[in-house]
Design a protein around this ligand. Structure first.
Ligand SMILES: Nc1ncnc2c1ncn2[C@@H]1O[C@H](COP(=O)(O)OP(=O)(O)O)[C@@H](O)[C@H]1O
Ligand SMILES: [Mg+2]
Length: 263
């Protein structure tokens, strides 16, 4: 069922995927974002945002530039303070914890703009994603798995990351996040600045990672394509959730596509 959320209810926790959560086995809710507000000084970037991330699903957070998508991911990662509400991971409140504590909970982010170190080699960039991985054996396994998923990165493992194409750098950013052996992968605009063909490839990879069992929170301006691979969509406008529901239902409504999805 689609949920339109007007401003008067934005402060409640009504916005979660009740159908999914209630109908699923205990413990299958990985993240719960409840009434979250974030301020940057006087500027309020998030206003009572609520949604759930069920295990094994892709939830996409879509909205225009400035809607608050990156702020939401940074709040989950512990990079910005939450001024109201809470973020729960498997029932434990994790809001306003240190970023390293969040990574140790195996919640790993591929940041907006990729955050690749251009003067380091591909492999050195991957090493940086592995500091929280449990041990050396896990490191080797993760690295091999990453190279299997991204053969281009294996071919270029000793090259400086700065010599990679935009699409390859995005793959590297995703592969680096996977080196932390995440339970939850947070992806901030993986399609940004890439050519349509490459975007398609990136989305295929995200879908494949999910099919292999990963729970994913995907932030995108590219709403239609993101909803094409996600199970659920959450539409943000100027810091508020205006609509959320199963992707299929969001995509099926002409009205929704016109009003919210930039069609
Ligand atoms: N470090 C910051 N200081 C002040 N305002 C910020 C900062 N980062 C983001 N904002 C503001 O918060 C709002 C949400 O930004 P952001 O989360 O980056 O949106 P999105 O990722 O959806 O484009 C915008 O109005 C933006 O200008
Ligand atoms: Mg952003």
């Amino acid at each position: 069922m689609l949920k339109h959320e007007n401003t008067s209810s934005a402060g409640s926790s009504e916005g979660s995927f009740k159908g999914v959560v209630d109908g699923s086995a205990e413990g299958s809710l990985i993240l719960r974002v409840k009434d979250v507000s974030v301020h940057y000084g006087m500027v309020q970037a998030l206003r009572g945002v609520s949604f759930d991330l069920p295990k094994g699903k892709i939830v996409t957070l879509v909205g225009a530039n400035g809607a608050g998508k990156t702020t939401m991911l940074r709040a989950i990662s512990g990079l910005v303070r939450v001024s109201g509400g809470s973020i729960e991971h498997r029932g434990h409140i994790i809001s306003n914890r240190q970023p390293h504590e969040i990574v140790r909970r195996r919640i790993c982010q591929s940041p907006e703009g990729r955050g690749i170190f251009l003067n380091l080699s591909v492999e050195e960039n991957l090493d940086l994603g592995a500091w929280a991985a449990p041990d050396k054996l896990a490191y080797k396994i993760n690295l091999e798995r990453g190279f299997e998923m991204f053969p281009r990165l294996k071919e270029r493992r000793r090259q400086n990351a700065g010599t990679l194409s935009g699409g390859e750098q995005q793959m590297l950013a995703i592969a680096r996040a996977l080196m932390g052996q995440p339970e939850v992968l947070l992806l901030d605009e993986p399609s940004l600045g890439l050519a349509p063909q490459i975007i398609e490839k990136i989305f295929e990879i995200v879908e494949q990672i999910n099919r292999d069992g990963m729970t994913i929170l995907l932030v995108e301006q590219n709403a239609l394509q993101a909803l094409g691979i996600a199970h659920h969509g959450v539409v943000l406008e100027t810091g508020r959730v205006v609509l959320q529901g199963p992707s299929r239902e969001l995509l099926a409504s002409d009205e929704v596509r016109k009003a919210y999805l930039g069609e």
